[in-house]
Design a protein around this ligand. Structure first.
Ligand code: ZN
Ligand code: ZN
Ligand code: FE
Length: 758
């Protein structure tokens, strides 16, 4: 026997997303396929394998591990070490032991797989079983209470496996081998429908009644994977309107679920990348172009509708019997409260809105909303990062161990550092809501435990009144305040693992500036540790401060007063005709006397002003409604744009005077909106060219909520690329404040590394 054919013992340590995704059965299968003896084990810090193999066999084995690994898994490192020779017979999977404090990843939830859907018709103990799953699919993060990922650490713990399930669980050749949430009609969780006084336990009857109610235009509350949904017929205007009124959700579009890819073709325009994202194992809500066939109250005049496909076995089973191809499936909550997760709240709070409430007897441990994404330039972009994305870590080049980043206030996610991984929480929401604030602090405690993080440094926004800032200050740990727009840019840099000086364009609604003003149209030269404000949109008064956000007409009036003074009234502006004169007088006197008029360079307020000036949206019924409606007005026919001037700030007088002139000449809103967007794009190009000239930097990083504007993002990316810039925008984390905590975390880490913290 020559040396290469001699068997040695190897230890292999694999880290990454390798738990709860069918990894050990996969290793077992390839090891037996390669006829190797040894064992595989889950530990806190990854999967450990011991095998006896020759040099060639070990190479082939590693190649198979890398190339054939399960779809939802994500291998980060494989370390192979030759150890003392051992005699091992067979190949075994051995039970997890809590061997160290290091951890590997917690898997996000995975949409039910095709094999399981097929099994619903053929497996005798799982005929139509609504909680079917296997090692390749099913609930994960939503049911995990602690690691390592074993059944008794999940909310499946109370369900004792029946003999039949157990035989699959221990059978290495079965697709359900070591599938922790494994269950069947005999032993697993069950649904229960509360319909008025009736409580229905029979699943066939549950489906029949739910279908009847939905088809009759009734609202049904349905417990989902990460929280409750409210459902109704998406083509029944009366039903959707009723749901909208009950939810107290004025103008914000509802998401819908289609039965299948085929069914959605009639209703929305979906391109290849959108379809790929919709059918991926993450099954997010994807914003697509509406063909106008859904009930008008679904999208409230927006051309973009958020659509998704079935991801729970229940959804599939429902659509088999349902005569509707599409239903509204919006989060089950009351106005701004977090999505409801427990049965009691579902019955009590949603019972008054819905005709029936469908619950099941497994607990949702970690609340997750449906994630929301859109495609621009063929790349997925996230607006809300939650179900099936969280808590996957973002890999960094910098050590962020022990840092807690508190995030923003209105669209909060927090972030924790673990070695070179940033663990961004699921979408938390608006902390000004008391229940959401509870969800925030509860989730922080859970993340500390689940990911074994003991914070030693806390990063927070500079805004003294943010509830996240106050929370951070109460922790009694070393603190570091991070400027909002610097955090935005670094969040995007972190995603792309950039660590150098870049041009950063941070466009958003509001963020506390280091001069005490409200920033939001910021052109920065920055790196991970520091920033320099190169230029910004010129300051404008924000009459009533934050209140102006709800009343875009105030911003329009502020710009008009800035450029025309008292003679603004001679312009006879259309948008002011519906505003009560006493309110106009009040705002004008605030502007004149400079009372409660903080200064802002906000891009959001600039878009608000143009949306109001054109009378597209003078009052906002939800966050960012005016900019969204302004974007929706674009026809992209006009190639014109307005004038502007750039020095230490970007002067917008010519832009506004141009719009007023166009309004007087009867130019359409579609044309004005297009010209306005093109102007912003021209401003960005002019600014970055100037900055490149002065600083010799070619990398441009885009961040901030305004880049949720698809027109803006698409054109800016393409134009900058065409002009030779390397352009970076968010793909893994939201460009809005939901991604902010990642930037805070990395800035704090860099300052710590450079000893810049006192
Ligand atoms: Zn499956
Ligand atoms: Zn069973
Ligand atoms: Fe922001």
């Amino acid at each position: 026997m020559n040396k290469a054919e001699e068997a040695n013992t190897y230890q292999i340590h694999i880290q990454g997303l390798v738990q709860g995704v069918g990894f050990r059965p996969f290793i077992y299968r390839i090891a037996t396929h390669h006829k190797l003896s040894g064992w595989v084990e889950n530990r806190n810090d990854g999967v450990f394998i011991k095998v006896n193999a020759t040099d060639r066999e070990i190479q082939d084995f590693i190649t198979s591990v890398k190339e054939e690994s399960p779809e939802a898994s994500n291998i980060f490192t494989i370390e192979t070490t030759k150890i003392k020779n051992e005699k091992i017979k067979d190949f075994r999977i051995i039970k997890s032991e809590n061997k160290s404090d290091e951890i590997t990843e917690v898997s996000p939830d995975i949409a039910v797989c095709k094999d399981c859907i097929d099994d619903l018709k053929t497996q005798s103990h799982r005929i139509d079983y609504p909680f079917i799953n296997c090692t390749n699919c099913g609930p994960r993060f939503t049911i995990i209470q602690d690691i390592p990922y074993d059944r008794d650490m999940t909310t499946m713990n109370p369900f004792k496996m029946c003999n039949e399930c157990n035989s699959e669980y221990v059978n290495v050749l079965d697709r359900r081998f070591h599938a922790q949430p494994l269950a069947c009609n005999t032993c697993g969780p069950t649904y229960r429908l509360h319909h008025g006084e009736r409580v229905i336990n029979n699943f066939e009857e549950i489906i029949r009644t739910t279908c009847e109610l939905l088809e009759q235009g009734e609202i049904v509350a349905i417990k989902g994977l990460g929280g409750f949904h409210l459902a109704c017929d998406a083509t029944n205007e009366e039903a959707v309107k009723r749901l909208r009124e009950a939810k107290n959700r004025d103008g914000k579009p509802f998401a819908v679920m289609f039965s299948s890819v085929e069914a959605m073709q009639d209703y929305v325009e979906v391109d290849r990348s959108e379809q790929d994202l919709l059918t991926s194992w993450r099954t997010p809500i994807v914003l697509t172009k509406d063909k106008g066939k859904l009930a008008p109250s679904v999208s409230m005049g927006f051309q973009n509708t958020g659509i998704m496909l079935p991801y729970m076995p229940f959804h599939h089973l429902l659509f088999v019997k349902l005569k509707l191809a599409v239903i509204v499936l919006t989060s089950g909550n009351i106005s701004n409260e977090p999505i409801i997760i427990n049965n009691e709240d579902g019955l009590n709070k949603l019972g008054s809105i819905a005709k029936a409430v469908l619950i099941y007897n497994r607990e949702i441990y970690n609340r997750t909303d449906d994630s929301v994404a859109f495609i621009t330039n063929d790349k997925p972009r996230l607006i809300r990062r939650s179900r099936s994305y969280a808590p996957s870590p973002i890999r960094l080049k910098i050590n962020v161990e022990g840092i807690f980043a508190a995030g923003a206030e209105l669209v909060n996610c927090f972030c924790m550092g673990r070695e070179k991984q940033a663990i961004l929480s699921q979408h938390i929401g608006d902390l000004k809501n008391l229940e959401t604030l509870d969800f925030y602090s509860e989730s922080i405690s859970r993340f500390k435990k689940l990911f074994r993080v003991k914070p030693t440094l806390v990063a927070h926004d500079l805004h003294p009144d943010y509830l996240s800032t106050r929370f951070a200050k109460e922790l009694n740990l070393p603190l570091i305040g991070i400027q909002h727009h610097h955090a935005h840019i670094v969040s995007c840099m972190a995603e792309h693992q950039l660590d150098e000086k870049v041009i950063g364009i941070a466009l958003d609604g509001v963020g506390y500036g280091d001069d005490g003003n409200t920033w939001g149209g910021e052109f920065l030269i920055c790196d991970l540790a520091d920033y320099h404000r190169y230029t910004h949109f010129e300051y404008i008064k924000m009459p009533g401060g934050d209140r102006a956000t709800k009343h875009p007409w105030r911003m329009a009036l502020s710009y008009m007063y800035q450029y025309y003074g008292d003679s603004y009234s001679e312009l006879k502006l259309e948008f002011l005709k519906d505003i009560p004169q006493n309110e106009i007088d009040l705002v004008v006197s605030m502007l004149q006397k400079n009372i409660n008029c903080p200064l802002t360079s906000s891009t959001g307020r600039l878009f608000d002003a143009v949306a109001a000036l054109t009378n597209i949206c003078t009052e906002a019924s939800f966050h960012a409604e005016a900019p969204m409606r302004l974007e929706a007005a674009i026809d992209d026919i006009s190639k014109d744009s307005y004038e502007f001037k750039m020095n230490s700030s970007i002067k917008l007088e010519a832009l506004f005077k141009g719009i007023v002139k166009d309004l007087q000449n009867g130019i359409s809103n579609a044309e004005i909106s297009t010209k306005f967007h093109r102007t912003i794009i021209n401003i960005i190009l002019a600014a970055v060219c100037k900055m490149r000239g002065e600083y010799n930097i070619n990398k441009v990083v885009l961040s901030g909520g305004s880049f949720q504007n698809r027109y803006l993002l698409q054109y800016v990316e393409n134009l900058l690329t065409a002009n030779g810039f390397e352009t970076y925008a968010h793909e893994k984390t939201p460009t809005n404040d939901g991604g902010l905590a990642l930037g805070q975390l990395v800035i704090a880490a860099k300052k710590r590394e450079l000893n810049m913290i006192d």
